[in-house]
Design a protein around this ligand. Structure first.
Ligand code: NAD
Length: 460
């Protein structure tokens, strides 16, 4: 414990003095760090892929496409734009301040604590750092203890590629995160579960630190009867099987209009078979640990629905067979808790309006997916539901465009990042007003009499 406290204090002290020295502020430092992130991921790709395979059997091609490649894209996007983002933005000072000038200038928040989860252990550690360094901050990164090989690789490589006093990695568990949260960081960037998010938010509140909370939840998929059911099934299956369903924005469950429900279930089965291929052992990602495996088993057992495909749990290999459960009990844990595994409940509904009501009665999801050809259905869903983000006729892909903010709302999070949104999130937009010394109008100064009041009433 004493050791944990000492490590936390040392890491905080290091990044605090790096930030106070002022060296993280210049554009050139930011560009160098962003290039460092690009180089780290590109040059150390084999090492990072080995670490993820060791941690949870993540297949290399999938790990590259979903965990490494996006980070390189986002870092290079930020590197090419950060000087533009840093520019002050002029605004109208208002009639009361003419002559005068008004503008806002983005300043770094300062010392930032980044706490990341295990499920995309490289992306969710480095993508927040892209925003952190592009906004000129220093940071302590606490990666997840559930992927120890990847966390150790990050702890080894980050000081090689980034300013070692301004970006410090501290490995460890919840206790270490708790010790770090005792320090007065200026901002806490947390990615993880909603329950831990609440703990982190209250710890940050004690320091009056601003927070970004990238949390989880149940992301629904709405399938209208006019959708291309075959393509919808293929895309939903792809999104659900990626990382064995251990994706914060994985399609969690499906609400499908009754006329196409049977066909969708059939197509889901077909897509699973195609994507699993003849040798699933080669391409399946493992469930991260036994606790999660038992949790998934429990969700299946108490679902109250019919398992129409899959359902096997392999304890020796830590696999759950891709599973489709039709019409589970909406009050069962499988329909209350985030599934975070390759199990897909499918519920049929009488109409998209019924699906909208179903979603609106529950905590706000991180993502909402809709399959339809109708713009009217699209408008109605967008207007009557709230979610962190929406993707129409696909799943997961809305995370990629660097200029689309990514984040949750309500139970699924607070704040957003990626691209300019991430730069703004990690900056304080400081308003500045400048007035010339002359004119210095006498009617604004006390004592105020009726004549001055008349003038003031005209100009204010
Ligand atoms: P988690 O909340 O258990 O852990 C996340 C991090 O918090 C880890 O580094 C962990 O060590 C730390 N932590 C755990 N307990 C803590 C405590 N009491 N105080 C401070 N820190 C603590 O989440 P996880 O299991 O690693 O990840 C899965 C969850 O994360 C899912 O709910 C998923 O939806 C969510 N998630 C969200 C996003 C997003 O971008 N919104 C991305 C990935 C995962």
């Amino acid at each position: 414990m004493a050791d944990t406290a000492r490590v936390a204090a040392q890491a905080y002290g290091t990044v605090r003095s790096a930030f106070s020295s002022g060296r993280t502020r210049p554009a050139q430092w930011r560009v160098t760090q962003l290039r460092g992130i690009e180089r780290l991921v590109t040059e150390k790709e084999p090492e990072l892929l080995d670490a993820m395979a060791e941690d949870f059997g993540k297949p290399r091609a999938e790990a590259w496409a979903s965990d490494l490649a996006p980070v390189v894209g986002w870092a290079s996007h930020a590197r090419r734009r950060v000087r533009r983002w840093m520019r002050p933005r002029r605004t109208w000072p208002g009639i009361t301040n003419v002559p005068g000038s008004a503008w806002t200038v983005p300043e770094p928040r300062g010392a930032v604590l980044v706490i990341s989860p295990w499920n995309y252990p490289v992306q969710l550690a480095l993508a927040p750092l892209v925003s952190v360094v592009s906004a000129g901050n220093a940071a302590v990164l606490k990666p997840s203890e559930l992927t120890p090989a990847t966390s150790a690789a990050l702890a080894r490589l980050i000081p090689e590629y980034l300013d070692p006093d301004a970006v410090v990695v501290v490995e460890g568990d919840a206790e270490v995160a708790g010790a770090l949260l005792e320090h007065p960081f200026d901002h806490v960037f947390f990615t993880g579960s909603t329950s831990v998010g609440r703990i982190v938010a209250s710890a940050a509140a004690r320091q009056l630190a601003t927070v970004t909370l990238e949390l989880g939840g149940k992301s629904p998929v709405l399938v209208a009867s006019d959708a291309d059911v075959e393509v919808a099934a293929r895309r939903i299956t792809w999104g659900k099987l990626l990382n064995a369903g251990q994706t914060c924005i994985a399609p969690d469950y499906v609400l499908v209009e009754r006329p196409v429900a049977d066909r969708l279930v059939e197509e889901l089965g077909r897509s699973i078979e195609q994507m699993e291929g003849p040798d699933p052992a080669r391409t399946r990602t493992r469930i991260v640990d036994d606790r999660h495996l038992r949790r998934l088993e429990g969700l299946l057992e108490g679902s109250g629905g019919t398992v129409v495909r899959g359902g096997k749990v392999d304890h020796a290999e830590r696999w759950v067979e891709p599973t489709v459960v039709v019409d589970p009990d909406p009050s069962a844990p499988i329909m209350q808790d985030e599934i975070f595994g390759p199990i897909l409940p499918v519920l049929s509904v009488g109409s998209i309006d019924e699906a909208i009501r179903f979603v609106a009665e529950r905590p706000k999801p991180l993502s909402l997916y809709l399959f339809t050809k109708s713009r009217q259905v699209e408008r109605s869903v967008l207007e009557h539901t709230s979610s962190g983000g929406v993707c129409v006729n696909h799943v997961l892909m809305h995370i990629l465009p660097p200029e689309l903010p990514f984040g949750g709302v309500g139970d699924s999070g607070l704040g957003a990042y990626h691209g300019r949104a991430g730069f703004e999130e990690l900056s304080h937009r400081k308003p500045v007003l400048r007035r010339p010394f002359k004119p210095d109008l006498p009617f604004v100064y006390p004592p105020l009499d009726e004549k001055k009041e008349r003038i003031l009433r005209r100009v204010l």
